[in-house]
Design a protein. Structure first.
Length: 436
């Protein structure tokens, strides 16, 4: 098929040559022969990270030993890196801390939100979330609800406003801003206002939006937020996560994991717990020094875009990349049976596009993705129930710091070849590994 002029590889290369953000790609160590479109699951390695981690290990730990808690500033890492992430998500200095995992931080802030809501009105005993929210969020919410004598209700995203208006029993609305399956992006300010109008608190998971789309927690008047460090923030596998509470809430209650780093004076070593003021109390155990140092390198790669227009410029490129991907899907894959499962309106789309696999089983999405990976195009696969509403998905993430327009073009051409040749039917692509 002959592509229109604006959808040729040469046209894509020209766009890359004119891209003011193109130099940011040099911050990363990208493997040769790999077309990486999975930054929504794990960001790539920043060039600065290996040297920084080596310095932490061999110099700060190896030579400085315990002195480095002070001399190398280890003790300040949760707040220092937190302030850098805060610049990307609309949090003021001191309002956001880095600690633990997303699941652990969600337990902390959701528990605090539940206590605040019930203190305000004991009749508010319902936590509401989206049915297709990321499972760990739902598992944590189920646990918190059980501990507080509450109920977790799951609804389709479009039905949530009506549920909020139905009765004055919702304590917390907990949503992920960008849905991990579909890539659908919620309007943070609008949804937060709807929750507040219903008397509920608003908790956002920013795992698929921090570093990918502009976020303004204070501007949206949100109540709590958590987020992930290893996706668009490029912090490395298992990187520490972050949590945020609006200043009006930060001092109201202890969070339930009242460890020593959340104490008002951790090195006084007194037997009773006194929570530290503000977000310091949301820390728990000893900071993960090596992981936080690596995360700081990743966050720095995003902050490097600030002189070039910051998150607004990154978002504009992200939209352009996903628009190109969608146009090429329509052109090259019109008869493939794959469907676009991500909103076509860029205002409702994060930095990914998901393609639905036919419900009739004529295409095995997992095998197709494995065949793509074997050819060097890395996306990922997410299983659904196989229906039109929840199809099995091929997900492709666009990280504008390092994704090029030619990468999008080449990915679609490779996908078209894999489908047309039928090579995905080979037995080697059907065998499922532990991590899918």
């Amino acid at each position: 098929m002959t592509a229109p002029q604006n959808l040729t590889r040469a046209a894509c290369a020209a766009r890359d040559a004119a891209d003011p953000l193109a130099p940011l790609r040099e911050q990363f160590d990208l493997p040769a022969g790999v077309n990486y479109l999975d930054g929504n699951s794990l960001g790539v390695l920043p060039r600065a990270t290996a040297a920084r981690v080596q310095d932490v290990v061999t110099q700060e730990w190896g030579q400085g030993l315990i002195r480095s808690w002070n001399s190398a500033g280890w003790i300040d890492l949760p707040r220092r890196v937190g302030d850098k992430i805060g610049r990307l998500v609309g949090a003021a200095p001191g309002e956001l801390v880095v600690a633990d995992s997303t699941s652990v931080n969600l337990f902390k802030v959701l528990s605090a939100a539940a206590r605040i809501a019930q203190a305000n009105d004991p009749a508010r005993r319902v936590i509401v979330s989206e049915r297709s929210n990321f499972p760990t969020d739902l598992y944590i919410a189920e646990s918190v609800a059980a501990q507080h004598g509450m109920v977790l209700e799951l609804h389709e995203i479009d039905a949530i406003p009506a549920r909020l208006a139905q009765a004055a029993d919702v304590a917390v609305l907990m949503l992920t801003q960008v849905n991990y399956r579909s890539g659908r992006m919620a309007d943070m300010a609008t949804v937060t206002a709807q929750a507040h109008a219903a008397g509920a608190l608003m908790l956002w998971d920013l795992a698929h939006s921090a570093g990918a789309v502009p976020v303004d927690l204070n501007g949206a008047n949100a109540d709590f937020a958590v987020g992930c460090g290893y996706k668009y923030l490029n912090g490395g596998p298992g990187a520490p996560a972050f949590c945020w509470a609006h200043p009006r809430h930060a001092d109201r209650f202890w969070q339930p994991l009242s460890g020593w780093m959340g104490h008002a004076a951790p090195f006084v070593f007194e037997p009773g717990y006194r929570p530290a003021p503000g977000m310091q109390r949301y820390l728990c155990g000893t900071p993960q020094v090596i992981g936080m140092s690596a995360l700081e390198c990743g966050v720095n790669t995003v902050l490097a875009a600030e002189p070039l227009g910051g998150m607004a410029a990154l978002r504009a490129k992200s939209v352009a990349l996903s628009e190109l991907f969608i146009a090429l899907v329509r052109q090259e894959l019109a008869h493939s049976g794959l469907s676009i499962h991500t909103p076509l309106d860029p205002a409702q789309r994060g930095s990914q596009v998901s393609l639905g696999v036919p419900a009739d089983g004529s295409v095995d999405g997992y095998a197709v993705m494995q065949a793509l990976i074997a050819r060097g195009v890395i996306g990922d696969y997410r299983a659904g129930d196989g229906t039109a509403a929840e199809p099995h998905l091929l997900r492709f993430g666009f990280t504008p710091l390092y994704t090029r327009f030619v990468d999008v073009f080449d990915a679609i051409q490779t996908l078209a070849d894999v489908l047309a040749s039928g090579e995905w039917r080979e037995a080697r692509f059907m065998a499922k590994a532990a991590v899918t």
